[in-house]
Design a protein around this ligand. Structure first.
Ligand SMILES: Nc1ncnc2c1ncn2[C@@H]1O[C@H](COP(=O)(O)OP(=O)(O)O)[C@@H](O)[C@H]1O
Ligand SMILES: [Mg+2]
Length: 426
């Protein structure tokens, strides 16, 4: 085991009543001490994860000695950032000794072992098989596949085991809502709903800022904490009056191109320029072989790309990672730097929506295909009914290219680190 780094103790502020309920529900004499599962859902940053970690550690150490426990997050990275990091600080503040095995992803506290799992794919549950656990903490479980959640609960077979789950809301058809929250009585679940006022450590200013970042379905879910359906237009916060600007010369500081590549479908290049701290969509290239009755080869697209950027210095071409042949060609030519796009659709949509709300994006009025797509880009109703949020996959090429740019460049720049994905537990 590696020697552990010096960890600062967590700086506790007073817990809210809601947090206290989550902290103490399992204590003897509490009206909820017999509940097998606790689910805390609600707004982002409402103090769910912190209170849950504290509750889980205290409960597990008080009731068990030498047992196994599950700590699960969407990815190991997300788990480390949102759960393990704060947990180390909390243990330090409480003066509790622990051993953190970073390479094998487990933590030993007292005689208990806490194993870390990612719940990324349908296959993630395989890793849980064979484990016998006395408890589990699932952080952001609305992002887990259902088979993982079922398996995780199934593994907790030690007498007195409990399962602690938290999440931000999603679709009302999501299994966490229909199979757990709606069945809280028959499944002996303590269901708790949090909003931002349940986190006393947030200042009014910070709360206002979070509220400004979201609108539409995202506002309802992440701020109001409601399980509401994503329906209709995806970017309903896109407003021509606010976001569309006249095409004109500006002294742009740096340029990127984001690219959605298709052989059957359209290929789109979007040219982004930074001017006075905002990102402008300077120009668009849009070619649909199907509409034009002629497909283009990679070489023809490359020539079009070179023509499209002209003599501007492009920092990187941000491109759909699946466009293997085109990426290879651009690399071979050696003129541009490639950056493979972060292609998580929902995360990307949420970030684009936040960037639009925050007025970080402007669009030159010459980009007509992009505007057309903004007004036709809608949620897939059938998928939504299955509890999945997905856009309808037509006329989404400029929308994909915007997503690539925003998710890969804008949301990884220093400026936005402070309001980054950790906000959503991702
Ligand atoms: N009692 C508390 N004392 C100090 N900081 C807290 C407390 N409760 C929450 N926080 C802080 O508030 C932020 C959001 O809390 P978190 O539990 O991550 O919210 P959620 O899981 O609901 O998104 C975190 O930075 C967390 O450290
Ligand atoms: Mg959280």
């Amino acid at each position: 085991m590696r020697k552990k780094k010096k960890i600062k103790g967590f700086r506790f502020q007073p817990f809210s009543l809601k947090q206290k309920k989550l902290l103490f529900f399992w204590e003897k004499g509490s009206p909820f001490d017999d509940r097998d599962i606790v689910i805390a859902d609600g707004a982002i940053r409402s103090g769910k994860t912190i209170a849950m970690i504290c509750s889980f550690i205290r409960w597990s150490l008080k009731h068990f000695n030498g047992e196994n426990f599950i700590l699960a997050g969407k990815t190991i990275g997300a788990l480390k950032k949102n759960v393990i990091g704060p947990m180390q600080q909390i243990l330090t503040a409480w003066n509790l000794k622990y051993e953190y095995n970073r390479s094998e992803n487990f933590i030993v506290i007292g005689d208990n072992t806490y194993y870390m799992y990612d719940a990324n794919t349908e296959a993630s549950q395989d890793k849980l098989q064979g484990l016998t656990a006395a408890g589990a903490l699932g952080d952001e479980v609305a992002l887990f596949p259902q088979n993982f959640v079922d398996q995780m609960i199934g593994r907790c077979s030690v007498e007195g085991a409990k399962i602690f789950l938290n999440c931000n809301p999603g679709s009302p058809y999501h299994f966490i809502k229909t199979e757990f929250i709606d069945k809280f009585k028959e499944k002996n679940i303590l269901y708790m709903h949090f909003d931002m006022d349940d986190n006393l450590s947030l200042s009014q200013r910070v709360k206002e800022r979070f509220k400004r970042m979201f609108s539409g379905v995202f506002f309802k879910r992440y701020i109001l904490g409601l399980w509401v359906q994503a329906e209709g237009i995806i970017y309903d916060m896109f407003d021509e009056i606010k976001h569309k600007v006249q095409t004109m010369q500006r002294a742009y500081k740096e340029f990127y191109v984001s690219c959605d590549y298709g052989t059957q479908n359209a290929t789109v290049f979007l040219l982004w320029g930074n001017y006075l701290g905002k990102w402008y969509l300077v120009d668009e290239y849009y070619y649909s072989g199907r509409d034009k009755g002629k497909q283009k080869t990679d070489n023809e697209y490359y020539d079009d790309l070179v023509k499209f950027v002209g003599n501007r210095r492009i920092k990187a071409i941000v491109i759909d990672p699946s466009a293997a042949s085109f990426i290879a060609l651009i690399r071979q030519k050696g003129k541009f730097t490639i950056k493979k796009a972060k292609n998580d659709v929902l995360e990307g949509i949420r970030n684009v929506a936040s960037a639009l709300n925050d007025m970080l994006l402007q669009f030159n009025d010459c980009c007509v295909s992009t505007f057309k797509e903004f007004f036709s880009y809608v949620w897939d109703e059938k998928a939504v009914q299955r509890g999945e949020d997905k856009p309808v996959k037509v006329m989404d090429h400029a929308m994909d290219a915007i997503r690539y740019f925003v998710n890969t460049i804008l949301f990884s720049s220093n400026k936005l680190k402070s309001m980054d994905k950790s906000l959503l537990g991702l």
